[in-house]
Ligand binder design. Structure first.
Ligand code: FE
Ligand code: ZN
Ligand code: FE
Length: 208
């Protein structure tokens, strides 16, 4: 049945995210286990803990509007999880880690869009409690996305580029080709929009 009002759309989107989060609570442990980098594994496990709390927060939001707690198949997260499964079947080592980060960040961006919308709907509907709960989760998703960017840029994608395994105790991956090894050296695959790098004047180079 098509949603007819903003209130109904709000409930539809809540159900979508409820299903999406539940899928992620199953996918994240598999991804953490598959990760070669300990830092990546730990970040995914940490986000799993947050995700469990996010599911509970959605249940609280359902309660604020007197709706039954119910999910509705989230095709978006399902597709992202499916792609991650393929990566885990086909890749290994540091290249798999790079793919796991890419997949996890796609999920975070999907969630950031959904929770941003949900929090705004809650505000429009005058539901302060729901707005705060959804805003809390939104902040966690943004932080998780940034954390993944940091891990990608610090080690994982460089290791994938060098075709090397990751040695957590080693800062040095042998002879870096001509890549700048300074932090932020532009080859990391992970994008990082949240830090103001890309703002209007494409490329983000400083201009005066
Ligand atoms: Fe989440
Ligand atoms: Zn969805
Ligand atoms: Fe998330």
């Amino acid at each position: 049945m098509p949603a007819k009002s903003l209130q109904e759309l709000f409930v539809e989107e809540l159900r979508d995210m409820y299903d999406g989060e539940k899928r992620l609570t199953k996918a994240l442990p598999r991804m953490a286990k598959a990760a070669e980098s300990q830092e990546l594994g730990a970040a995914l496990t940490n986000h799993l803990r947050e995700t469990v709390r996010q599911v509970q927060r959605l249940e609280q939001v359902f309660r604020t509007i007197g709706e039954p707690v119910r999910g509705k198949k989230c095709d978006g997260i399902m597709g992202i999880v499916e792609e991650g499964k393929h990566a885990m079947e086909e890749l290994e080592g540091s290249v798999l880690d790079a793919a796991l980060i890419a997949g996890a960040q796609k999920a975070e961006h999907y969630e950031i869009a959904s929770y941003g919308t949900l929090a705004y709907f809650a505000e429009l509907l005058g539901n302060e409690k729901a707005k705060n709960l959804l805003g809390q989760t939104l902040d966690e998703e943004k932080a998780a996305d940034e954390k993944l960017s940091t891990i990608a840029k610090s080690k994982v994608n460089r290791a994938a580029l060098m075709g090397a395994g990751i040695d957590e105790d080693e800062e040095d991956y042998g002879r870096p080709m001509r890549l700048s090894s300074r932090r932020g050296g532009g080859r990391a695959m992970a994008h990082d929009r949240s830090r103001g790098g890309v703002r209007g004047n494409g490329g983000g180079r400083r201009r005066r």
